[in-house]
Design a protein. Structure first.
Ligand code: TRP
Length: 354
């Protein structure tokens, strides 16, 4: 699949510096399925914060998507939405620079989902690899629902609704994005050009390991959360397994076999990475020293976010306002697309009897 890495800088008026290339638009979302961990931060949010000044950006909390797998007990979703918003804002996503909103506040997502579902063959959905994966991985939940099968149609609606040029996502989301492109082409085939085909903007992140050396993931309970306190972060990192062959302080270690080093590679500056690599291989530093250095660099990101989080948590009115303003801005674009799609599909509108 074609991807796009050559990004123009956004000029002062939201226009490319040479003034002839309009700023391109991106859209992306995250499900409010729990608090943000460092893997989510590295895999999505850090990138979004960087992109918000270079693109016209729409970021949303995908609460309807959360229902596809959590439809039985929906109680945590409300709380998770607030947590997620606070996580985003405290880390530096800025409502002055991008549009931040809640999916279910913009009903056009549902209308476009319905219209797209009419032209989407079920076979396209059944062959989606994450559909099959999740069916087997999420045990103990009945995922043989219409909504779960239609997950990528709703995601396509999220993207096409904003006529996005690019979608910043991780590798795991590429099959979904391919489907959004196929649906855009199918619309064009039946009704003429309506919405552009979005391109992925792959997030350049190495896979972040968790406390036990497996991929950092909420379901493995091996996460460091963005909202963890300073002592919590240390209490998680201190007992982490390192290179199993490095038994004594005097044994040289192999950083490639060490999940602590994996975290250094994402959070420490290049000279520190080089230093701990050498220190480990020569037994120049011990594992505890190495972990202390790592915590210091993680804290440079988390400490300012913690202060902001505390301040934001007390400002419920402001949070409400951020989502309300975001939904208003998103709705303008969403309504325009719905008008265009309805017209292209020759659906009844105000002019039916004219
Ligand atoms: N599927 C994405 C995830 O699990 C969330 C999502 C929903 C999304 N709609 C989207 C991402 C639209 C990008 C664009 O992380």
């Amino acid at each position: 699949m074609q991807t796009e890495h050559d990004i123009p800088e956004k000029g002062p008026a939201g226009i490319h510096p040479d003034d002839s290339v309009p700023v391109r638009r991106i859209v992306s979302g995250i499900q409010p399925s729990g608090r943000l961990h460092l893997g989510n931060y590295m895999g999505a949010l850090k990138n979004w914060i960087d992109l918000q000044t270079r693109y016209e950006a729409f970021f949303f909390i995908a609460d309807w998507h959360a229902l596809t797998t959590n439809y039985e007990d929906t109680t945590p979703i409300r709380e998770n939405i607030i947590e997620m918003l606070v996580d985003w804002l405290s880390l530096g996503l800025d409502p002055e620079k991008c549009t931040i909103f809640l999916q279910s506040d913009v009903l056009e997502h549902a209308e476009l989902n319905l219209l797209l579902s009419m032209v989407t063959p079920v076979s396209w959905l059944e062959r989606n690899p994450s559909y099959k994966d999740q069916q087997t991985q999420i045990a103990g939940r009945d995922l043989s629902t219409f909504g779960f099968l239609g997950y990528p149609v709703l995601m396509s609606a999220d993207i096409l609704l904003y006529r996005a040029d690019h979608v910043p996502v991780g590798l795991d989301q590429l099959p979904h994005l391919e489907l959004a492109r196929e649906i855009a082409r199918r619309l064009r085939h039946f009704y003429g050009p309506v919405v552009p085909e979005p391109l992925p903007l792959l997030t350049p992140t190495p896979r972040l390991l968790g406390l036990d050396g497996r991929k950092m993931s909420k379901s493995y309970k091996n996460c460091i959360y963005v909202a963890d306190s300073s002592p919590e972060v240390w209490e998680k990192i201190r007992p982490m397994v390192t290179d199993p062959a490095r038994v004594r302080r005097t044994d040289p270690g192999n950083p490639e076999k060490c999940p602590v080093f994996n975290l250094h590679q994402s959070f420490s500056p290049p000279d520190v990475i080089k230093e701990v690599d050498k220190g480990c291989r020569t037994a120049g530093i011990g594992c505890i020293d190495c972990k202390k250095v790592l915590v210091g660099h993680i804290e440079t990101i988390l400490q300012p976010a913690r202060e902001k989080r505390q301040e934001l948590s007390a400002r419920k009115g402001y949070l409400k306002e951020v989502l309300a303003e975001g939904a208003a801005k998103a709705s303008v674009e969403a309504r325009q697309t719905i008008r265009d799609v309805r017209r292209a599909m020759r659906l009844p509108d105000g002019s039916l009897f004219e």
